[in-house]
Design a protein around this ligand. Structure first.
Ligand SMILES: Cc1ncc(COP(=O)(O)O)c(C=O)c1O
Length: 490
């Protein structure tokens, strides 16, 4: 088999061309039983391959035919022993990784700035998280990855840990010394699980940070849909056998996956793998060149700063992905969210994310100078429009959430007897729900943590500027759900 082949997509086309009479789901039957306006919009081709796991089309839950071959080709492309396709996003792949190494009461070492799917898996599995503090960039107001030293220390203190989870690269494109982290963990016979949601492309260009599989990690949940050209929701889980069992991974992924897997998503993974394997280097090169040119132009604009390779050199900033444009706007006296809204209203530009101090724009092979020139033009206009604020030196102080102490395991807290208290009176109580800003979806509080006044202030600040604080039952955040305190009997 060659990387130019697409067994899954080709198999679907061959099936479609036979034009079988379908007495099976989906009931829209090639679109004919569907709302005509939607059918016309989506197009007959997409609907004709919106199929289900009938005999000729293999089954993601027990692949033996074209899905198996497509996964084998993906494993070869990513340098893995096994690749599993996920139609539950990278969230599903992350939950699988965590649940395949850690069960009730088991310890798992994780950075505190993990995506909510890691914490969800910790609640489901009943594992105990051992948190490592990520390195925090006080200038930019963002968290980077974890250092090899922190991993070594955590493993010395918790040699019975069942796994180490690493986010590599981060949402902002910063990579740690993953190879060293893997060496340290393996010296303790502990598997390394990588959240590679933002790094599908890095495997395919030597100038980009090492991919999880290149660094020798045991598992990686990799969002092909984010930067690899497949359809939203489709991801892969790459596995290296040895410290983890591919059979167990398959079983857990299957437990977490719908039985009605979308063949559109699966076929898009197959073709995205082909493109990455056969043209990935060239495409990454093009995106990097374009991003470097834009970075230079943005850095020539007064009061704006687009992060570049000068960020490297700390123990947590070992490498970076230049296709991520982290643009610090704090000198303009604006929040990232103000700028996100301004770009939307004035230029119809949508950014990847904004926070209190930055916006993040991603450059992919799908971009050309046409779009980036418009971004630079808009940012020049922004700088001119708000330079009066900057000149007055109205620079917001960088505020960062602290890491609260964990009083109960997230699962115990989640299933405890709880009560609702006013937000303003909740400091000191143990929280029973998640609170996070999405994107990036990193929890400010997780169930079981003791609520701190600093983090309540951080939430208020995010709410004040309009950033999306999510998680609590009460989405107005006037109240929080906490563990019930029983009054002592007199
Ligand atoms: C760091 C990180 N991990 C995991 C995920 C989850 O990926 P998905 O949206 O594919 O479930 C995201 C999504 O934004 C993320 O930023």
């Amino acid at each position: 088999m060659s990387q130019f082949e697409t067994p899954l997509f080709t198999g679907l086309l061959q099936h479609m061309r036979k034009n079988p009479i379908q007495f099976h789901i989906p009931g829209h039957k090639k679109g004919t039983g569907m709302d005509p306006q939607f059918r016309e919009f989506i197009g007959e081709n997409a609907l004709a391959i919106d199929l289900i796991n009938i005999g000729p089309l293999d089954d993601l839950h027990q692949p033996k035919g074209m899905i198996k071959r497509a996964q084998e080709l993906a494993a070869e492309a990513f340098g893995a022993d096994y690749t599993f396709f996920s139609v539950q996003g990278t969230s599903g792949a992350i939950m699988t990784m965590v649940m395949s190494v850690a069960g009730p009461g088991d310890k798992i070492i994780v950075p505190r700035n993990v995506h909510k799917s890691v914490m969800s898996a910790i609640v489901f599995s009943g594992a105990t998280p051992i948190f490592i503090h990520p390195e925090v960039d006080k200038e930019l107001g963002i968290s980077h990855g974890i250092t090899p030293e922190a991993v070594e220390k955590a493993l010395e203190q918790h040699p019975d840990a069942k796994g180490v989870l690493v986010i590599n690269p981060t949402y902002f494109g910063i990579a740690g010394d993953l190879k060293k982290i893997v060496e340290i963990a393996h010296a303790h016979h502990v598997p390394v699980l990588v959240d590679e949601a933002h790094g599908v492309h890095i495997h395919f260009h030597e100038k980009l940070p090492l991919s999880a599989m290149q660094a020798g990690a045991d598992m990686a949940a990799t969002s092909v849909h984010k930067l690899g050209g497949s359809m939203t929701q489709s991801s892969v889980l790459n596995v290296r056998e040895g410290l983890v069992s591919a059979k167990r991974v398959q079983a857990i992924l299957s437990m977490l996956t719908t039985t009605s897997t979308s063949y559109l998503l699966l076929a898009s993974l197959d073709v995205a793998r082909k493109r990455l394997a056969t043209e990935g280097r060239e495409l990454a090169e093009k995106a990097m060149r374009l991003a470097e040119a834009v970075r230079e132009q943005i850095n020539a604009i007064p009061h704006l700063y687009c992060v570049g390779k000068e960020i490297l050199g700390t123990k947590a900033t070992y490498d970076y992905d230049p296709t991520k444009l982290i643009i610090s706007v704090k000198e303009l006296g604006l929040t990232g969210y103000d700028v996100e809204k301004w770009l939307r209203e004035m230029y119809c530009i949508e950014v990847e994310l904004s926070d209190l101090y930055n916006i993040l724009c991603i450059i992919t092979p799908g971009d050309t100078e046409k779009e980036t020139n418009l971004l630079v033009k808009a940012l020049r206009h922004l700088s001119e429009e708000f330079s009066h604020k900057a000149d007055k030196g109205v620079k917001p102080k960088v505020l960062l959430p602290d890491i609260p102490a964990l009083a109960l395991t997230p699962r115990d807290a989640f299933y405890s007897e709880t009560e609702v208290v006013p937000f303003e009176e909740s400091a000191g109580r143990i929280i029973a729900e998640f609170v996070m800003v999405y994107p990036p979806g990193i929890p400010i509080f997780i169930p079981g943590e003791i609520i701190t006044q600093e983090n309540l202030n951080y939430i208020k600040k995010n709410l004040e500027v309009g950033l999306p604080v999510q998680g609590p039952e009460d989405d107005t955040l006037r109240t929080l759900r906490v563990i019930k305190e029983h009054k002592p009997i007199q």
